[in-house]
Design a protein around this ligand. Sequence first.
Ligand code: ADP
Length: 479
Amino acid sequence: MALAAAMRITTPIANITRGIQRFTEGDLAARVPVSTHDEVGQIAHAFNRLAENLAQRMEELEAWSRTLEQEVTRRTNEIRASRKFLHTLISPLSGTTSDWETIAQEVLEGAEAVYCALYHRTEEGTYSLLATRSTVECQGAITPRDTEREITEAVQGSDGERLCTVTWFPMRMKDSLEGQLVLGYRGTSLSRGFVDQVLSALTITIVNIHSFDILTRLGTRLKDSNKTLKEQHEILIAQKQQIEETSKLKSQFLANVSHELRTPINAIIGYSEMITAGYYGEITAEQTERMAAIEESGRNLLNLINTILDHSRMEAGKLPLYVERIDDLRKLVKDTIGRNQSLTRERPYSIEFDQPDFPVPCVSDGGKIQQILTNLISNAVKFTEKGGVRVTLATRAHDIILSVKDTGTGIPETDLNSIFEAFKQVDGSSTRRTGGTGLGLSVSSSLALLIGGEISVESTPGEGSRFTLTIPRQIIEAN
Ligand code: ADP
């Protein structure tokens, strides 16, 4: 009896021990038979409940782990797809062509979509298609939407059947809409992670590629206009050479003609002087007067020819300089005034001269000083009908100052600079009362430069003008 009683207790306990062992070894289905209702039976029952619960938890855990694995695989695929896609996006940026077809294909695959369309938003606000890719027949069923926010809708095919679900993604950069990505998909959803990752990169690419296109077009236009400019520049250079050649010929011609004219004019002046002086017998008072007119006209003509000759020589850079020591400039100025005094014959005044009461020596080209002074005096007399013309000689440190002041017509301020240009006259019309070529001041200022000096002018219209020649006491070698 004692043995039988012991067996009734030890057998269920041994069963429980075996059950626990099987369970701990991984047999989740291991259970213990419950043969009694005593304490041992209750332990067996409690173990079975515990095993049941644990098995259930283990199964749940395994299921969750499987889901987690799937999610990790999905995310890994998404990341892989986005990386590949970003690489695709970068490659066209380094080249010149934008392969939108490839980009659309990659978005389609990466987003696990059945339809993908990429649009660029033009400046006019319309959408222009860059590329479309699709694995479903959706001819014309999906079009871009004028929307600033994301929209999702079911789209039906031509047969009325549900084609796919479509999401329109606006592509923004700062505050402006740059394009639209349209994705169609079947099943529950798109690979959202991929879309979120690539959308902004895609937008930047659209903006960049369009800016790049604009820059390329601008570059081509610049290249074209550069080419045109170059051609025009070459034409201008050829024309300039031609003009220079012609100008040289003209100067040469003028120099020759002037030279040829001087000989006969010198003969006219010389013979008039001799006739007036009575070399060829007595002449009447009237003849004397006429001879003086011939002589004066001859001198005027000679002056004019000399001026033209100087201008031509100067243009050709062939005007020689004769530097000499002048003991007293007062004498040279006085002689020049004397020689031009006849110009005032029909004027109510004669040319006056203010000079220092000491000799003014200098080293310069006396002929050039005389020529300049003659020009300034003849202009002053020409433009001064009443009042007077006054020549002043003064010295200042290393300079000599010679001025010719008149009370004539004066010169408007706007013309003060241009009168020194060749052929420029304040009144260039053919009806003006005063003669002249417009060369006098141009030649005079070039002569002044040649002897190291300059000419300046002050003038008040209606009141008169003052032309001032400033020259160094001693001409510097370089000049
Ligand atoms: P032109 O042979 O015409 O005198 P210039 O070169 O000597 O040529 O002078 C150019 C122009 O400057 C003159 O036509 C004239 O209009 C103006 N001009 C020069 N000197 C005077 C002056 N003393 N008073 C008024 N106008 C002057």
